[in-house]
Every structure is written in C-alpha cells, then in structure tokens.
Design a protein around this ligand. Structure first.
Ligand code: PGA
Length: 259
C-alpha cells in the first residue's frame, strides 16, 4: 500500500491585508523549503480577495493555495458568493468545506456541506471537508455518533471518488482557537473512528484517505500529534499566520513517521 501523502494546510480565516500577506508569503517561502515540500504537501487558504496575491507569490515554490469556502451553486444572482469554477480559475488546489465556524455561525447543514463537496469535486478542486464535535457533545460522550452522522451525509458524494481527491479534517470545535488541543491519543481515537466510518462506506479506499487534525496545532504539539498513525497532517488556523511557526509545523510533519 502506498503511504498516504501527508498534508499541512493553513487556514488564514478572515485575517491579513496586502502588506501583512506580502510579509507572510515571503516568510513561507523562507521557512517551507523544497526539502519539506518534496516530502509532504503544503497549502495555504487565504481570504478570497488575497488568493491571487498568494498565487503570484507562491507559484513555483512547491506550496499550493486554496480557498476557505465555495458557493453551493454554479452561478447566478447570488451577490457575494464565489463559485467552484471561479476558484478553479485561480488555480486553487484545495477548498475547505464545512468548517465548524460556517456550520455553527453561518448555519451550514450536513446537506449543504455535502452539496458543496460535490461541486468542489466536479470543478477539480480537492475539498478539505471538516468534521468535529462540540464540547457539549464530547462531554456527553456522543462524539463518535456526531462524526458518523457528519460522514454519512457525505457518503453518496464520496462514493466512486478516488481517495486522493478529497481530505477529511477532524476539528473538535472545543479545540479551535481555544489553545486547548486534543491530546495525541484523543486525536488518534477520533481519526481511527473516522477511517472506520469511511471504510464502512468506501471499503479499502478508506486507508488512502488523508485525515488531518485541526485545533490549536502549534510547533510545540505538532510532532506528537503527527506521530499518531491515523493523523496525516494538520489544518492550521492561528499558527498559520506566522511563517516561522507554520514552517516549524510543516517540518514536524515532514519528519513524522519516517522509517
Ligand atoms: P486554530 O484553527 O489552529 O486556530 O485552532 C484551526 C481551524 O479552525 O482550522
């Protein structure tokens, strides 16, 4: 079995401006050298207006770029929305779908997340589909049922899709932006469960699906998380806004699971 290609993706969320991005993108080029991008995939997802800036600065660097969201429609009278085809036009590699901030704050349902995933795949983008439980759900010991339901909603969309064409990100809501990270063991348990859910629907292909961990990943905890057998990299929020820190996380991922 070919090993899964590890991935570190930065989610800039609604941060940055042209000047700050210029500095961050230059720092990324310095701190994420070819010695890293030869071993793992690295990508950053800026806000829509800055995707072109990232593309201009990262072309040829070995680091790809993507988006944080896409419209659940092909085109039309949808003021402010951005379609999958537009993102493909900007040569986006990945698109984050169903981030918990969109599910929780902006009311994205499992059905909308599935539909957006379908649109992303159809446009040749690689969706990074986020799943994860809230603190209340974890405390009520129902996190596995929550993950199963979120993944079951994607089952039809992901059937017959090659495993390399999409990525799942496990992002426990209680760990996002809180400084409270899942322990490596908690992450491994959840990732193992996610892979088992995928296997139930998609058989052996589940072994090839990359499952990222997201939620307060820093250079100091990345190594232990990435050492877990079912953790194939990370979706990085706050720490992706610092080139040196992001580079250190990428380096930890590149060094993980050697030999
Ligand atoms: P965080 O965000 O690393 O700041 O916790 C991760 C995410 O929301 O994707």
């Amino acid at each position: 079995m070919t090993p899964r290609k590890r991935l570190v993706a930065g989610n800039w969320k609604m941060n940055g401006d042209v000047a700050a991005n210029e500095a961050l993108l230059a720092a990324l080029r310095d701190h994420v050298p070819a010695s890293i991008t030869r071993r793992i995939e690295v990508s950053v997802c800026p806000p829509f207006p800055y995707i072109g800036q990232a593309a201009a600065r990262l072309a040829g660097s070995g680091i790809s770029w993507g988006a944080q969201n896409l419209a659940d429609a092909e085109n039309g009278a949808l003021t402010g929305e951005v379609s999958a085809a537009m993102l493909a036009d900007l040569r986006c590699h990945f698109v984050i779908v169903g981030h918990s901030e969109r599910r929780g704050l902006l009311g994205e349902t499992d059905a909308v997340v599935a539909s957006k995933t379908r649109r992303a795949l159809a446009a040749g983008l690689r969706p990074i589909v986020c799943v994860g439980e809230t603190l209340a759900q974890r405390d009520a010991s129902v996190y596995q049922a929550v993950l199963s339901a979120q993944l079951d909603a994607l089952a039809d969309v992901l059937s017959d899709v090659p495993a390399a064409a999409y990525v799942i990100a496990y992002e426990p809501v209680w760990a996002i932006g809180t400084g409270r990270t899942a322990t490596p063991e908690q992450a491994q348990q959840a990732h193992h469960w996610i892979r088992a859910c995928l296997a139930r629907r998609h058989g052996a292909a589940a072994q090839q699906v990359r499952v990222l961990y997201g939620g307060s990943v820093k250079s100091g905890n990345a190594q232990a998380l990435f050492a877990m057998p079912d953790v194939d990299g990370g979706l990085i929020g706050g720490a992706a806004l610092n080139g040196e820190e992001f580079g250190a996380i990428c380096s930890a991922c590149a060094k993980s699971k050697q030999g």
